[in-house]
Design a protein around this ligand. Structure first.
Ligand SMILES: [Zn+2]
Length: 333
């Protein structure tokens, strides 16, 4: 009798549990908390990136990156900051930029998942630093020429063009913020956290899934989508801040397809690449190298981090954020 009662009770408990699970299906999205920010100053060492009149992209990226890490630490003492480099050498003291980019991603991937954010700092470049000399026609002057030979030789007056050399200022300015292209998000899903790496990122129910199972693949896709949407959300906040600060707007968040974006493809977390301005424009190069300019960029990015963190941590479904995403572009350097 006692046994029967025990079995009945157990059955009832299982029924209640199953019903409640049905009513409250476990979301695949745990409420993430922003715990780690990977600050990646682009280039460095043997790879100086783009050149301005007096500085290099590697210098600017390091200056802004170090200030950014420090400022995030001050604003959010609980967030762990990971720098991919803190001096003018490539990560790992490497000399090969491609290998260094792989190392950047590897360093970041120790903190895979929605609890992390990867911010890569770069500058843009186009044509020549500062500007270039060009010629323009300002008038003509008469010139005597002789045509023919012997008795047929005749004197002619022709008009010869007068050119003037003038300086064309490189006027291209502004910021651009890149995320990994959605149409190639399959690539990124390779870097989605595995079961043993997920930690608190994925709820327990998912950890029982076989990695090779269709469920795991669906999870990977969903996760990539989440990364994509979160990346877009953060990138949009960054662009909004730049716009408010009066920086030249170049069309908002962009997706990057071509090479040089290994870090966006290979990082298993929301990731963005910020082109902080054009080093090839004289004024913007001065701005990018100035204390005030770097601090303003940092302030803009910090504001975006604040908004992103708030949104991320208040939403149990970050995948629904940032619906309208632009189509991939291939412009710029
Ligand atoms: Zn760069």
């Amino acid at each position: 009798m006692r046994y029967k009662l025990l079995i009945l009770c157990t059955l009832a408990a299982v029924c209640i549990l199953l019903t409640s699970l049905k009513k409250h299906p476990v979301s695949i999205y745990a409420k993430p908390v922003l715990k780690t920010i990977i600050v990646d100053p682009g280039h460095g060492g043997t790879d100086q990136g783009a050149h301005g009149l007096f500085s290099t992209e590697a210098d600017v990226a390091l200056g802004v990156g170090l200030k950014l890490g420090k400022a995030i630490q001050k604003e959010f003492p609980d967030i762990k900051i990971v720098f991919t480099r803190t001096t003018d050498v490539l990560p790992g003291n490497l000399t090969n930029a491609n290998l260094a980019n792989r190392l950047r991603a590897q360093m970041a991937n120790e903190y895979k998942g929605m609890n992390s954010l990867y911010i890569s700092i770069h500058c843009n470049a186009t044509q020549k630093p500062g500007g270039w000399y060009a010629k323009r026609l300002v008038g003509t002057k008469p010139k005597i020429v002789y045509v023919g030979k012997g008795k047929r030789r005749r004197k002619h007056v022709i008009q010869e063009p007068i050119y003037e050399s003038y300086y064309v200022e490189n006027k291209v300015t502004g910021t651009e913020t890149y995320i990994w292209a959605a149409d190639r998000s399959d690539e990124k899903s390779k870097f989605v956290p595995g079961e043993e790496e997920t930690g608190e990122n994925v709820q327990d129910t998912l950890n029982v899934l076989d990695l090779d199972s269709p469920e795991a693949r669906i999870r990977a896709t969903l996760y990539t989508k989440t990364f994509f949407n979160s990346s877009y959300l953060f990138a949009k906040y960054v662009e909004d801040e730049f716009l408010q600060a009066g920086r030249t707007y170049r069309g908002g968040v962009k997706q990057r397809n071509e090479k040089g974006i290994w870090v966006l493809q290979a990082t298993g977390m929301p990731s963005v690449l910020i082109e902080t301005g054009f080093i090839t424009n004289k004024q913007e190069e001065e701005y990018l190298n100035s204390e005030d300019g770097q601090l303003q960029i940092v302030e803009n990015v910090i504001e975006a981090v604040k908004k992103y963190k708030k949104e991320l941590e208040s939403s149990s479904k970050p995948a629904t954020l940032g619906a309208a995403v632009p189509s991939p572009t291939n412009n710029n350097e």
